[in-house]
Each structure stands twice: as structure tokens, then as C-alpha cells.
Ligand binder design. Structure first.
Ligand code: CTP
Ligand code: CA
Length: 217
């Protein structure tokens, strides 16, 4: 890493990053999850730290090493992630890369047993961590969300930007092998319009996004 002032463009900035999936338990041994590997979020946390930012990475359950210079807080559920984000504030910017579970179940205290009929599991909506942060009293100056879409990628991402109150949405086409894969096709949706980025390794998406964040802060 370069140590000159020019390369450490984010020195003195605190940036919060969420990453990975969440696990929503249905009993002591089972949970509802998703295919997020955490790779894109971890790469972004690492790229921000290399630009000199103080990075707090709030991570769901993943099997990744913590990037150099990053403070990592591990959580399991969306509700724990929401609390950890609150506790990590204030921040100059937030990059919400986590694939947060949209619903949780009421976890039973004991293991659910096979009976005559399979259980019907009622689901309850989780807090929208990004929307709460973007509309809350301690809003970071720059709030970046991701949008995982399998169709109408730009339309859905653009709607999410305004609905959630984010400054930027990184629209992520997850129709291929993106979740868990090495590369990513993203489009940066801002108030000024949409930038289409070519398919890039996740590390390169991270590097470019970190530079853009440094430009903005
Ligand atoms: N997000 C969040 N908290 C949630 C759900 C999503 O913070 N409970 C964040 C994600 O980290 C991401 C953005 O919101 O930055 C968009 O997530 P996504 O799942 O694409 O959007 P949803 O609003 O949940 O809509 P849907 O899943 O129905 O497309
Ligand atoms: Ca969702």
C-alpha cells in the first residue's frame, strides 16, 4: 500500500459497510438464509481501508478473512445487524452491501419435530436497515445501497434509491452466478442518472466504488 497522503484519500473518514447474508432461525438448529457469500462487501471494506478510511464492517455469517485494517463485527440476524449499525454510528458514509433477510420467523425454543403435518412457518418483515439509516437522525453524508435484481434491474434499482432515501444504488444483476461468484455486473444509479459498468472482478468493482466514494466525501 502507498503511504503518501495522496493515496490515503479517505484518511480521517469513518465508513460503515454491511456484508454477507443473514441467518434467520426457525428453531435452535435451523435457519432461513440466502446465497450471499459476502465477497463483494468484504472487497469494498478492504478497498476503503486501503484508501485510509476507518472501516467498520458488519458482517452476517460468512467464511471470509477480515480485510487488513478493517474492524469487523459479526452478527447473525437482520435485527442484530440493525442494532450493530446503530451502535457503529456516526459515520461519514455507509455502504450497505449485505443481502439482509427480508423476513424472520418466530424461532421455537426447542427443535421442531416431524409430526403428522409439516409446520407452516409464519414470516414477519425485518427492519429495513438501509431505509432506517437513510431517513434517520444520524444519517451519514453519503448512503450507498445495493439492489439485487434478476429482472428490470435499472427500473427496480432506481425505484429503490428514492424509496429508501439512498444517495446511490449499486444495481446488481444477480440473474447469473453473481451470488457466490468472482465477478459482478453493476450499474451505478445516482441522482444524475445511471452509469453502466462492464462485467468486472468483484475486487475491481470494489476499487472503483471506493474511488468514487473518495471523490464524493
Ligand atoms: N436492505 C437493508 N435491510 C433490509 C433489506 C435490504 O438494509 N431489511 C438493504 C440492502 O443491504 C441493500 C438494499 O437494502 O443495500 C436493497 O436490498 P434488496 O434486497 O435489493 O431490496 P429490498 O428493499 O429488500 O427489496 P426486494 O428484496 O423485494 O427486491
Ligand atoms: Ca430484499
Amino acid at each position: 500500500a502507498q503511504l503518501d497522503g495522496g493515496a490515503r484519500r479517505l484518511a480521517g473518514k469513518h465508513i460503515l459497510v454491511t456484508a454477507g447474508p443473514t441467518h434467520e432461525p426457525i428453531d435452535p438448529v435451523r435457519y432461513i438464509a440466502n446465497r450471499s457469500s459476502g465477497r463483494q462487501g468484504f472487497a469494498i471494506a478492504g478497498a476503503l481501508a486501503r484508501l485510509g478510511a476507518r472501516v467498520t464492517l458488519i458482517s452476517g455469517p460468512v467464511t471470509l478473512a477480515t480485510p487488513a485494517g478493517v474492524t469487523r463485527i459479526d452478527v447473525e440476524t437482520a435485527r442484530q445487524m440493525a442494532d450493530a449499525v446503530d451502535a457503529a454510528l456516526p459515520a461519514d458514509a455507509a455502504v450497505m452491501v449485505a443481502a439482509v433477510g427480508d423476513w424472520h420467523a418466530e424461532a421455537t425454543a426447542q427443535k421442531r419435530k416431524k409430526g403428522e403435518t409439516p409446520p407452516v412457518i409464519e414470516l414477519f418483515e425485518n427492519p429495513d436497515i438501509l431505509a432506517l439509516l437513510a431517513r434517520g437522525p444520524h444519517r451519514p453524508g453519503l448512503v450507498v445501497g445495493f439492489a439485487a435484481e434478476t429482472e428490470q434491474v435499472i427500473e427496480h434499482a432506481t425505484a429503490k434509491r428514492t424509496r429508501k432515501g439512498a444517495d446511490w444504488i449499486v444495481a446488481n444483476d444477480v440473474s447469473g452466478d453473481v451470488m457466490g461468484g468472482e465477478a459482478n455486473t453493476v450499474h451505478l444509479v445516482t441522482a444524475d442518472g445511471v452509469e453502466h459498468w462492464e462485467r468486472l472482478p468483484k475486487a475491481e468493482v470494489a476499487r472503483r466504488l471506493a474511488e468514487r466514494i473518495a471523490d464524493a466525501l
